[in-house]
Design a protein around this ligand. Structure first.
Ligand code: GRG
Length: 295
């Protein structure tokens, strides 16, 4: 991210990484925690954590308040990447510029590390979030966390993706896949940051709609990068969507339409913030990053 916010965003990323390091010590059984730490620490853009923190801040909360939740979200996200890379799913040998978890630690440990990371994500949020936050708010966020990790969001999206590999799906089914596999974590990150900060119902609705648009834009950018990106930039194998006959925006609508749609969605998301007087230069910066990203 090259802009006047570059330094702020890089420093925030470092603070997130430091907290993740603190929250996930290397304890017995070390083989499990080595795999978890390998998959969570050091790398990753931390987009979802940053969005959660910025959503909290835009509604007058603080970085400190949102940090445990943001770290929990990154752990759940890293979990989904471990399972997504498994041979029975997307079968990718590389992730974040290094061997994927099952290649480094073996399939059994990768599956078990992913399993352990789901409750770990919830636990870190509950254990480290300020005692001053009302229990009903924590319960609401935890309920949304469960929903996000389950059959009506991440898992459901992955199932519909997996069972349709090699079959061209309808636009509705493609949107279902993207909205659940990818959009769900964006919705959760932005809405839960707002809930923590005491945003009102209308503000939560607006930021959730923003998340919906941004999540789809992000997935389209990811699909485009699978075609135009390099292994060096992406840290994973490019061109796999085509080889595996995956259902993507470029596959169904073509690359030019996808590029235009990415642009349209990014503009729409910025206008939504402006129309609703949600003033956040950082959120706009993150939208622009997604619109132009190369990694
Ligand atoms: C039980 C929570 C749970 C999930 C299991 C495997 C699975 C169900 C879902 C897969 C979800 C998935 C991998 C969606 C793809 C989303 C995506 C485009 C990820 C890449 O995100 P980046 O680029 O990654 O932000 P970094 O590495 O920067 O964090």
């Amino acid at each position: 991210m090259l802009s006047k916010y570059n330094e702020y965003l890089n420093d925030l990323k470092i603070r997130i990484n430091n907290k993740l390091e603190e929250y996930i010590p290397l304890v017995y059984p070390e083989e499990l925690y080595k795999a978890i730490r390998y998959s969570v620490l050091d790398s990753g853009k931390r987009l979802r954590a940053i969005l959660c923190i910025e959503s909290c801040k835009v509604f007058n909360g603080t970085e400190e308040l949102a940090m445990p939740l943001a770290c929990g979200i990154e752990i759940l996200h890293a979990q989904s990447l471990i399972h997504d890379d498994l041979p029975c799913m997307d079968n990718d040998d590389y992730r974040r510029g290094k061997l994927s978890c099952h290649k480094q630690f073996g399939e059994a440990i990768a599956v078990l590390a992913g399993d352990a990371m789901i409750p770990l994500a919830f636990e870190i949020f509950i254990k480290h979030t300020s005692d001053k936050i009302e229990l009903y708010k924590k319960a609401k966020i935890l309920q949304n966390f469960f929903i996000t990790a389950g059959g009506q969001a991440l898992v459901g999206g992955q199932v519909v993706d997996v069972i349709n590999e090699g079959v061209q799906v309808s636009p509705e089914t493609l949107n279902y896949i993207h909205s659940n596999k990818t959009g769900a974590l964006y919705r959760f990150a932005l809405s839960s940051g707002a809930i923590l900060a005491d945003a009102n119902e209308n503000e939560i609705d607006v930021i959730t709609s923003f998340a919906d648009i941004l999540g789809l834009a992000f997935q389209i950018s990811d699909d485009i990068l699978d075609i135009t990106g390099s292994r060096e930039n992406l840290g994973k194998t490019p061109g796999k969507d085509l080889i595996q006959n995956k259902n993507t925006y470029p596959a169904i609508y073509g690359i030019n339409y996808s590029i235009n749609e990415l642009d349209r969605l990014c503009n729409m998301s910025i206008n939504l913030l402006k129309d609703n007087k949600i003033n956040s230069e950082i959120l706009i910066e993150l939208v622009n990053f997604i619109a132009k990203r190369v990694a």
